[in-house]
Design a protein around this ligand. Sequence first.
Ligand SMILES: Cc1ncc(COP(=O)(O)O)c(C=O)c1O
Length: 486
Amino acid sequence: MKHILFDVNIIVDICARRKPFFKLSCDSLEKCFADGCSPWIYTGSVQTLEFTVASELVRLKELDGCSLTGSMSLQIARKLLAIFSSKMNWLAALANEGDVFGADDPEDQQLIRALDRFPEGSIKLLSRDKLLLSKYPEKVISPEQYCQLPAEECKLHFIDLKAQQDQIRPELEKNIHQVLHHGRYILGPEVKELERRLCEYTGAEHCVGVSSGTDALLMPLMAWGIGPGDAVFTTPFTFIATAEVIQLLGATSVFVDIDPRTFNIDPQRLELAIRAVKENDPSIHPLPKLPPGVKAMVPRAIIPVDLFGLPADYDPIMELAKKYDLKVLSDSAQGFGSEYKGKRSGTLGHATATSFFPAKPLGGYGDGGAIFTDDDQLAEALKSIRVHGKGKDKYDNIRTGLNARLHTMQAAILLTKLDIFDNELDAKQKVAERYTGLIADKKAEIIPPHIPEDFRSAWAQYSMLAETEKQRGDIQAALKDAGIPA
Ligand SMILES: Cc1ncc(COP(=O)(O)O)c(C=O)c1O
């Protein structure tokens, strides 16, 4: 079980310290936290909670031979509920939970319906209501039954999107509902607002929200007119999309090996590769087979990749680009939020592509991406390519384009995530420093990630090197046994 929805009776037990139920209800709450379960209160129960806690406070005072005024009891109830709910998640009441007046008990029916939103078997309603317990034994659990369940293993996730969602839920749901209500689903106001905030964040002049990190790579190459006969230099140690976009345009990938300490493209070898293409001489650097009909390639662009979140070494790359008149498209799908010599990802190449795939440093709840640039003309071309090569409007088609817009709903989600992004980066930095410190203390034969001075990683992954394949297998097995995803 991953979630527990707390019924009003349990919350009243805890807030009003109602005997004899107080202890068991508190034990249930503690177990929920200890097991790593998410505790929920139904938003539709607010009024009932306020009224019931206040009434219970009056009743308990009367039992002690004292009295409490109605307004005083309400004030105390509100304070107690505010403290209690600050540790819980609010479960929004949705429209299909309003139409319950035909049920024997509309409020109970609301709670039962709300459970249906969660994957089967992942949630139970914690209640002392005997009718509910007997009517829905598979959905409702009593504090006695719950406390007798064995402790659940608190599972570590590779990327814990659930914990992140618990932190941002109120804002997230508000933003999603706003989109449902204004209905501007295609390039709606949230896309513009996100683009503005991402420019502010990165320091780039322009941001163009697009449908994926892959399209964010493809589109600048299209805008630069890269195609058959053109050579694009990149690293082979990357996700397939980096090379795929070169192939898609009929251009040729020239792979340049990495610096083994940073895993990113090696600028010295890059210059050799550029010279080899220019001079059509594979003795300088290995060259790929030329496509049919192409006698010699023209060097056109470089795609450095910020692998695992660490920026490539942009100063020498940009110098080479200037020297040989090449465009630089930074593949920062994994590197959003990283920094290089005081500058943020998004400002390091002529254009930068990032991805909002859910597992990325700034991830949405679906596909998405963005392109950053300081080049006004390029930004205009990208906005045109994003909508079928539009000119004045989408029926005036001035170039071959794509349907590659960032969804309004994804932008609404990303705006919420951007609010906590810096805190997450700081937390990841601390965790990474701790790992690196522990590896050094153990004097293990493991090489921790190398972060050169003046670089800051976005820590898309924490990647270490084993000495041998056997050692790597042993580490993987040990981590698996300890329940640590790797
Ligand atoms: C280095 C790199 N480039 C490009 C991409 C493509 O991004 P998307 O999945 O958003 O298309 C990824 C995503 O995994 C990536 O890691």
